[in-house]
Ligand binder design. Structure first.
Ligand SMILES: C[S@@+](CC[C@H](N)C(=O)[O-])C[C@H]1O[C@@H](n2cnc3c(N)ncnc32)[C@H](O)[C@@H]1O
Length: 304
């Protein structure tokens, strides 16, 4: 594999200018998968007309959204502006989810700015009567920041809401149940924890410590994408909260992780990004997977 990574594609204007002519979607356009399974739109998550264009009469079983977090690394807005904007895409999500469906939202908390926007977002979500709060998941990164004068920051937060009564399939980690000494009385008999569970492995809880964050040595790495989520995390969400052939929505495609996870697990994915470069990367990542079986480019890149 060649060592030819791209810089951060949101901020490097010279590289952006070179890549834009190679992007097949202009703002407002939607790519239809020739195999009929997925759609990728160069659309705005907060625009009702755009989402209507993406969805047509389709309704999704699951939405997995990973918006820009309002942290310093992203284009910063006032927190109330971020929340007003979020309300728009959450409302649109509610409109295009099926009667029984799940919504997952990845969100950061800036520890130097009163943990914004996470608490503000949680309070805002109370206004949506159709969504029930279900879980607050933390994914633990392996590498953190800020270890000298503070606790090392390693968390990524994931909010789980439901609409109606969707199914939930329990998921298991790769971690074997090796702990002994945890007993319980079941029907008058003392049983060990390993005898009661369905699996030899530990069930996934709301703290995920078994998922490696993406870095350049991993096959799934897409260079230039500064906010790529691990496939394993998205696959866990999809397997828990949807069934084969059902439709999954993602309004913030970026490197196209949700679409790739859907392709691997036999779901359909309708995904959008406001930036034509990330739409092109998402489409190329799917094409690359279908052609080579690879989920990313490691330390090479999608525009080679
Ligand atoms: C945090 S990244 C998503 C990462 C993604 N989950 C992955 O694994 O690659 C957020 C993305 O949202 C896109 N975005 C920002 N504002 C948007 C909007 N109004 N509509 C659609 N996409 C938007 C950005 O261009 C960026 O690619």
């Amino acid at each position: 594999m060649k060592n030819n990574p791209l810089p951060r594609l949101d901020s490097d204007q010279d590289v952006r200018e070179k890549l834009l002519p190679q992007c097949r979607l202009a703002p407002g356009e939607v790519w239809q998968d020739p195999e009929g399974r997925h759609r990728v739109g160069c659309l705005d998550a907060a625009c009702g007309e755009h989402i209507a264009e993406l969805m047509g009469t389709h309704r999704a079983r699951l939405a997995v959204h990973d918006p820009p977090y309002n942290l310093v690394v992203f284009e910063e807005r006032k927190v109330h502006e971020f929340i007003a904007w979020s309300k728009q895409w959450v409302a649109l999500t509610g409109e295009y989810l099926a009667a029984d469906a799940s919504l997952y939202i990845w969100l950061g908390a800036d520890q130097n700015e009163h943990f914004q926007p996470l608490p503000d977002f949680m309070v805002m979500m109370r206004e949506f009567q159709e969504f029930q709060s279900r879980s607050f998941v933390t994914l633990r990164n392996q590498r953190g920041y800020g270890t000298q004068k503070n606790w090392m920051a390693v968390r990524q937060e994931l909010l789980y809401y439901t609409k109606g009564h969707p199914a939930f399939e329990v998921q298991y980690t790769d971690i074997p149940k090796i702990l002994r000494g945890y007993y319980k009385e079941v029907n008058g008999q003392r049983t060990e924890n390993t005898e009661r569970g369905k699996s030899e492995n530990i069930r996934a809880s709301n703290v995920w410590v078994d998922i490696q964050q993406v870095f350049y040595r991993m096959a799934e790495n897409v260079s230039g994408c500064y906010a790529q989520k691990p496939l394993k995390a998205i696959e866990r969400i999809i397997a828990a909260s949807s069934s084969p052939n059902e439709l999954v929505l993602d309004f913030f495609a970026h490197s196209g992780t949700t679409l790739i996870a859907c392709e691997q697990l036999g779901r359909s994915c309708f995904t959008i990004d406001i930036d034509p470069i990330f739409c092109e990367i998402t489409i190329r990542r799917l094409e690359h997977l279908r052609k080579t079986g690879q989920t990313g480019w490691q330390n090479s890149q999608p525009f080679e």
